[in-house]
Design a protein around this ligand. Structure first.
Ligand SMILES: [Cu+2]
Length: 231
């Protein structure tokens, strides 16, 4: 990571932590010890639906993060903070979706730096991001002209950082579009074809079909994929 990118990540973490702090109730914040490399206690407690903060104290001598050992429906960590230096804090995103139980976590930078997040049987977990994906009927002629394929995304719960792209077989034929959707909302997104995509559209002979797939990923939610033949 470049120095500049690191700074942006850090600033982003600080900005985000401000938002989380105003929404979250009284979860224990996870704290690193000032002297590397442990967390302050073995277990941190929260209710279901809460987002704790990870705090790296001002006198800390090393950067740390909180990363779950288990993985979620997107195959990424079920919860994670940003990596932060001393004097910063970052929300532990994903914790709001957890049901009651004990969840081990580590700092991915320091081997053996670990703790447990205990979610108590109080409160209600937030609904995990959940989306439906479809490719509406549209003519190849229009696609050829615009260089874009319309894809419809519908969210049944708040879904942030959704990424949608197009594939032909396993080949990526578009750039990825990124969007956020609130519960119950749907959006038709024009996805811009890349060079390979435009070529594939051009190659389709008159009266023939082009089979495309749209694929979607969302942090902490299930990925989705759908096929469609367009003519
Ligand atoms: Cu660490």
């Amino acid at each position: 990571m470049s120095g500049r990118l690191k700074l942006f990540t850090l600033l982003g973490a600080i900005a985000l932590s401000g938002i989380a702090a105003s929404n979250a109730a009284a979860a224990d914040n996870v704290e690193a010890s000032p002297v590397c490399c442990t967390f302050t206690t073995g277990a941190f407690f929260q209710d279901q639906g809460e987002i704790p903060d990870f705090i790296n104290p001002a006198d800390s001598d090393a950067p740390h993060n909180v990363t779950s050992e288990g993985s979620g429906p997107d195959k990424g960590p079920i919860f994670e903070s940003q990596t932060i230096f001393g004097g910063a804090s970052s929300p532990i995103n994903g914790a709001q979706y957890l049901g009651a139980g004990s969840y081990p976590f580590v700092c991915t930078i320091h081997t053996g730096m670990s703790g447990d997040l205990v979610v108590e049987d109080k409160g209600t977990p937030a609904a995990r991001p959940s989306l439906r994906l479809s490719i509406p009927s549209q003519s190849l002629k229009k696609i050829k002209k615009s260089g874009k394929v319309k894809v419809k995304v519908k969210a049944s719960s708040q879904s942030n950082g959704v990424r949608v792209g197009l594939l032909k077989g396993k080949k990526k034929v578009s750039k990825q579009s990124k969007l956020n959707l609130s519960a119950g909302k749907s959006k038709t997104v024009p996805i811009k074809l890349n060079g390979a995509g435009r070529k594939a559209v051009k190659k389709v002979k008159k009266g023939k079909k082009l089979k495309l797939s749209a694929s979607l990923t969302v942090p902490f939610g299930k990925p989705a994929k759908v096929n469609k033949s367009l003519r």
